[in-house]
Ligand binder design. Structure first.
Ligand code: NAD
Length: 345
């Protein structure tokens, strides 16, 4: 009897042992490779599909993060992975078709041009695949394109989680939580510090950050050669200082009903020559309580946590939440500010 009771307590609906969720990663650069290492430590998710710009790999029994990263370092594409790799100029489309068993994809792709991720979502819509997609896109205008696709995604049975990295993502969700103490939110200020040892490990991230600098835009940053990016970083001693960025935290918090978008500001410093953060990443939420007191909640990330940890962790947390929504028949676009991420074991 006692044993029967124990079993009932331990097997809560959340603990039900199911087969691991089969997960794919699209884009296998800095974040994609880090994401594979995050998944290697998880039992609830299994990495079974990867695509980059020159190829893809698929194995329903699982892909090794170490072997996949080694193949990319040696040959610059996952397509060269022994046994499971395939070279392709149309890697995403081919992978979607050969891997119907993948339940969710993390899109660790560059959003260059600014419409690229929306075009990938459209490819999924056209393919007939059903499941969960998660992005870590940054720009307001990029997330707005995805919101505009919500009805199409809903119709074809895709649950799309947008803005689910660090900022937007983890910090936006923290702001949504912090807002609960207030009857009015006056401001949300996000300040990030990123330290990476060399910019080549995160080419798209750095190009997209340059696009926010005065005198640059997405097209200008996209058109820069690697040598031009290096020359720019030489002038700034490897530092990118960013203010008043067009970041989707604003539209996400507005949509979640927390505050108008003009009350949200995002800026930060990226050091491309030192893995140590130049400042502690934080979000400050200032508001007025029901008693009329003005106060500020601050949520600060640990300095030892890397950009990759703070993007990939939340992305898979939102992927798990998305899978639960999908299995309940809830499709369409959701943002990181309206759904709580689930912890992936
Ligand atoms: P990266 O340049 O290191 O890697 C990009 C990968 O995408 C490469 O593997 C490349 O082969 C692949 N790719 C490019 N075009 C492709 C195509 N057409 N088909 C298939 N694969 C293709 O990129 P990164 O630095 O890891 O950044 C990825 C994204 O993450 C960027 O858009 C960046 O802005 C975003 N990001 C978000 C946050 C956040 O907090 N929200 C933080 C950091 C980065």
């Amino acid at each position: 009897m006692a044993q029967q009771h124990m079993t009932q307590v331990l097997v809560s609906p959340n603990n039900l042992s199911r087969a691991p969720i089969q997960v794919g990663i699209l884009g296998f650069g800095g974040l994609g490779q880090a994401a594979s290492r995050v998944l290697a430590l998880k039992t609830e998710m299994r990495l079974t599909a990867i695509a980059d710009h020159k190829g893809y790999a698929h194995n329903p029994h699982g892909l090794s993060a170490d072997a996949s990263i080694a193949a990319c370092h040696a040959h610059d594409s996952i397509g060269y992975l022994e046994t499971d790799g395939n070279l392709s100029n149309n890697s995403i489309r081919e992978l979607i078709h050969c891997a119907p068993d993948v339940e969710g994809y993390f899109l660790a792709l560059p959003n260059l041009p600014n419409t690229f991720m929306a075009s990938v979502a459209q490819q999924f819509i056209n393919s007939g695949w059903q499941g969960v997609l998660v992005d870590a896109m940054k720009r307001t205008s990029a997330v707005e394109q995805m919101l505009a696709l919500s009805d199409d995604l809903k119709t074809c049975g895709i649950t799309y989680m947008t803005g689910c990295g660090a900022t937007p993502g983890l910090l936006t969700a923290a702001a949504a939580l912090a807002a609960q103490s207030f009857s009015e939110v006056h401001s949300v200020e996000i300040t990030f510090g990123v330290g990476i040892a060399n910019w080549e490990a995160y080419r798209a991230t750095i190009r997209e950050d340059i696009a926010h600098m005065p005198g640059y835009d997405v097209e200008a940053a996209r058109a820069m050669t690697d040598a031009e990016v290096s020359a720019l970083l030489d002038q700034t001693n490897g530092l990118l200082t960013l203010e008043n960025m067009e970041h989707a935290d604003d539209v996400m918090l507005e949509l979640a009903g927390i505050c108008d978008r003009d009350r949200v500001t995002v800026g930060g410093i990226v050091d491309t020559r030192n893995p140590k953060k130049p400042l502690s990443t934080n979000v400050q939420v200032t508001g007025r309580t029901f008693e009329g007191k003005r106060s500020t909640h601050t949520f600060t990330l640990g300095d030892e946590t890397s950009m990759a940890a703070n993007v990939c962790g939340p992305a898979f947390g939102y992927l798990k939440a998305g899978v639960e929504l999908h299995r309940r028949g809830l499709h369409g676009v959701f943002t990181a500010a309206e759904v709580m991420p689930k912890f992936v074991r």
